[in-house]
Design a protein. Structure first.
Length: 384
């Protein structure tokens, strides 16, 4: 383990309707400091524009759900970059040896009276291997939410030890020729009447927080400054958003480009030329630990991510992750480590409040405010 604390405080992940707003669901998300192999490899899914090799995930955010009758409990990585829910099969004794999957859970179809096999293979191609299994349906439970006949995948041969709850746009499911489209988690909630619109918002809170909030069907207006700036997606099948520039301590280091807003990526990956400029200013050089760039924790700096109509400021407190050995991992990396795809991961998202509108292919973006106050309102139409 790279951190002295392998799991940062568990949080009761019960799902509840937001007070006074029956069409909003609130999911607490728990932050983990852990070198999950799945958090390293799940981004390699071939539904993305290019397969990615991300080998440095030190934190991730999870949600608790139940599957089957009686309920079997799972702790799943929340991923805005993919669309499927998949869990480990109880028969996977290789990937889950030595209780490696104890935290995320393994599904035993023989113990569920409501499980139905779809007799269809499940397959995800990875750059470093693959995941195989089969599709099925069963009852999904989360607090007051019950979704009968929910489609998910059960993997019996997969990288890592963490299942996934994918909540991305339609079209990024792991389906193959001849397999029918299905309602993933956000769409299934809408179809069942739990939310009015396929909109969700993500608030990860600051770096030292142990949990954040994932709202489906609503927005918490207390968690950001001003109003949401609505931006169209650059592509309809992924959360690519155009940005205008990136600045470091007031100096522009990157011109316009597009980035994926991805909660499944711990760090932020920017164009290499921009990263090299920043590395030079911070005198990073070749300082690495387990292949990761390290920097003096006392370095003071500010990053600005400029979009059309809004600038997200990222302070050092959100970009530096203590290594436990006196220095800090730098939460910004070159996108040469991500197949030259720019990814705005958790180190960016902790500074922003993001609302994802799956129906109109757009996002709402604002500077996050770190507060315990709430002002949750349902969203029934386009973001404003």
């Amino acid at each position: 383990m790279f951190f002295s604390t392998t799991l940062v405080a568990s949080f009761l992940a019960l799902v509840s309707a937001a007070p006074g707003n029956p069409k909003v669901l609130t999911f607490p998300v728990t932050k983990h400091h852990e070198n999950s192999k799945f958090a390293q490899h799940h981004l390699l899914h071939n539904s993305r524009p290019d397969p990615l090799v991300i080998t440095n995930q030190f934190t991730y955010y999870s949600i608790n759900v139940g599957l089957g009758t009686p309920i079997q409990n799972f702790q799943l990585l929340l991923d805005t970059g993919s669309s499927d829910l998949w869990v480990y099969n109880v028969t996977d004794t290789a990937d889950c040896a030595y209780q490696a999957c104890q935290q995320t859970g393994q599904f035993d179809k023989s113990k569920s009276s409501t499980y139905h096999s779809l007799d269809e293979d499940y397959f995800i191609q990875y750059v470093l291997g693959n995941a195989t299994g089969y599709w099925g349906t069963d009852t999904l439970s989360a607090g007051s939410v019950t979704l009968p006949n929910f489609q998910f995948a059960c993997a019996d041969n997969a990288e890592g030890q963490t299942g996934i709850l994918g909540v991305s746009v339609a079209g990024s499911e792991s389906l193959h020729k001849g397999q029918k489209p299905y309602a993933n988690f956000p769409l299934a909630l809408q179809n069942a009447g739990y939310i009015d619109r396929r909109v969700y918002s993500l608030y990860l809170d600051q770096n030292d927080a142990t949990n954040g909030t994932f709202l489906l069907g609503g927005v918490d207006y207390a968690k950001f400054n001003g109003s949401l700036t609505v931006l169209p997606l650059a592509t309809p099948n992924a959360f690519f958003v155009d940005y205008k520039s990136i600045a470091f301590d007031g100096e522009q280091v990157a011109e316009a480009g597009a980035a994926v807003l991805d909660s499944g990526t711990s760090f932020t990956y920017i164009p290499d030329a921009a990263y090299q400029k920043i590395a030079k200013k911070l005198n990073i050089g070749d300082n690495t630990f387990f292949g990761m760039t390290t920097v003096d924790c006392n370095k003071d700096f500010e990053l600005e991510f400029n979009f059309d109509g809004v600038t997200i400021k990222a302070l050092k407190e959100q970009m530096l992750i203590p290594s436990g050995l006196g220095d800090c991992f730098f939460g910004l990396q070159s996108n040469t480590l991500s197949q030259n795809i720019t990814l705005f991961g958790d180190t960016f998202l902790r500074n922003a409040y993001v609302a994802y509108d799956l129906e109109d292919s757009q996002i709402g973006l604002a500077q996050a405010v770190y507060t315990d106050k709430t002002d949750i309102r349902p969203i029934t139409g386009p973001l404003k």
